[in-house]
Design a protein around this ligand. Sequence first.
Ligand SMILES: [Zn+2]
Length: 306
Amino acid sequence: MQMKKLYGGIEAGGTKFVCVVASRPTHIVDEIRFKTTTAEETLSKAIQFFRPFVASGQINAIGVGCFGPLDVIPESSTYGFITVTPKPGWSNTNVLGILRGGLGVKIAFDTDVNVAGLGEYKWGISKGFDPSLYLTIGTGIGGGYIKEGKSLIGLLSPEMGHLRIPHNRELDPFVGNCPFHEDCFEGLASGPAIEKRLGIPGARVPEKDPFWNLEAAYIASALMNYILTLSPKKIVLGGGVMQREFLFPKVRWRVRELLNGYVASKSVVENIEDYIVPPGLGNQSGSLGAIALAMQLDERSHDPRV
Ligand SMILES: [Zn+2]
């Protein structure tokens, strides 16, 4: 019997790293999770984990979904670097170069949200929906847009969390906490923005608190803009803030209200419960997306047209 080919995947988060060896979601051969400490220590742990699989020839391609800000432009001299980050010890780290140097295999590299979006498209709730959008609302806010199985990268990787959205200062006097724009989407609606505004973490704000209507309105404003510009066929909302599941019906209701019948698609008008949804892969969108990214890289390198 022929064994399914294995791939390596790294979900490189600012808080934790998840490394997996798998062929598909139902066939995960090994997995390790550890805290993100210094760049040197964290990347060497990842290298040690994969080394036996590489040495025995079981994997020849690894996908990485990495926290940012990242340089994801292949033509750039700092491609594969984390650029300038407030995270101590990580600015100007050549993540891709260190992993390639330590493992000697093909490595595909993209942002954490793009890779999570790819995971949901390949195996999760966005499967069969092209294009699709994955948005994480947690410590930060970011979006990955997947079209024809690829993430959208242009001038840079899109920064969907920093959209300008309406902010009624009478209703919500909080100035916002984005160091660049104050009251952009992330500055108003991320986990740290909620905590700074209310003095307690979002996880402890009661469901009946009227604040959640405001939060849902901010999320819905951003979604309206993505729907009108990118026309995704599925919108997946992940991240810590969206763990509060009661937000989903509030966001859907508000999106429909804001669009006001203008987008006459059945997905929005009749089936919005299936249009704006939680991730299908739970907390594995990122690590499995990294496997999907490695798989794509491997398939491309076997393509005689390349
Ligand atoms: Zn911002």
